[in-house]
Design a protein around this ligand. Sequence first.
Ligand code: PLP
Length: 404
Amino acid sequence: MVVALKTAGIRHAAQPDEHAFCDSKQVAAKLDCDAPILCFSPGALTERAQQFINGFSGEVAYAVKANPCPQVIEVLVQAGVRVFDVASTREMETVGRLCPDATLHYHNPVKSRSEIATAWHGYGCRRFAADCRDEIDKIAETVGSATGTEMAIRFRLPSHDASAHDFSSKFGTDEENAADLMKYAAQCGFSPLLTFHPGSQCTDPAAWARHIEAAGRIARCAGINLTRLNVGGGFPSSYSHSSGPALAAYFRAIADSVTSVFGDKSPILECEPGRSIAAPAFSLLTSVKLVRRHTADLFLNDGIYGGLLEVTQVNDLLPFYRVLRDGQPVAAADKHDFTVFGPTCDPLDVLPVPLHLPADIREFDIIEFAGVGAYGTATATSFNGYGSVSQVTVERAYTGDPDG
Ligand SMILES: Cc1ncc(COP(=O)(O)O)c(C=O)c1O
């Protein structure tokens, strides 16, 4: 059933036309799920991108790392996204091929000299990020003090645990040092701006307000009129134990605090969401290979080395899930907790929390996971020879509604 190979280890299942499937239930009923299948809804992706484009009072970039699948980039370009936060030159290549006039923000704060040179000469990148003097020096020595190159100083605040993934342990300089770095970047001939990331799946809009207040203090201390402020990614998606208010609440908190901190000298705002845009557009159909009923163990054809890695990193990111049989959701009164193992021989290949599943779940039943479009296939491995996933297009995405 699965034919035509495309990029990035993702295969495209036989599909007579772009909209052969109205939803993932139909996919489960019609396709062989021997290997896991990703159901991609371009409509859901477009809708989410437009919520950002229409609601955020600034420029919307897409953080490619969340899902670099070419179909995702193409749909986002059609939706109007022209700026991309790229973590590597490989991501630049992907974006450059699909959208030659895209603006690239190389916001990985640590880059090798050869990566910097490739970004500058090969892909026309004129925006770099740094969180220490050595990185600024490296960039200045590699590209020279050419005018028009922007240097985004990445700062951090102490964690408030509002996010599922705290990014401040790896990147960002403290508030006190950020002002010095802004001045230093300006001395080196760069146009300095500020950037932060409140942590991925950050559910509290006040986290952005706290960072924007700090950005105001940093710019004042540096004596620099801040012309641009990047408020990062971090906007949440919906998981079974983690979700936030509607996106409008984040956009309002950001706009309000920018006005109160900067008044009529407000910087141009940028955001660079990954998870919140890509996650809701995909679900993952996995098939039951074996149920060892006496121990309540269940074996799936995908797991933590495939599309479900994030579940092991943060329990809060357990996706919504349901069981499909013959393409229909199983509504069971009798449910049990099952330990769910992936397909590899590694005992670590197990979900960290049991799934509550129909007691009679059996071989060939499908467990569908919702909202896995971010950091799913992007982080999947081919460990033990697995990792191959086919992708089909659906009109409607499953987002957690059991009957959806
Ligand atoms: C610099 C930068 N921007 C944006 C993002 C996207 O974050 P999220 O997926 O939480 O929106 C990341 C994630 O790693 C990042 O490192």
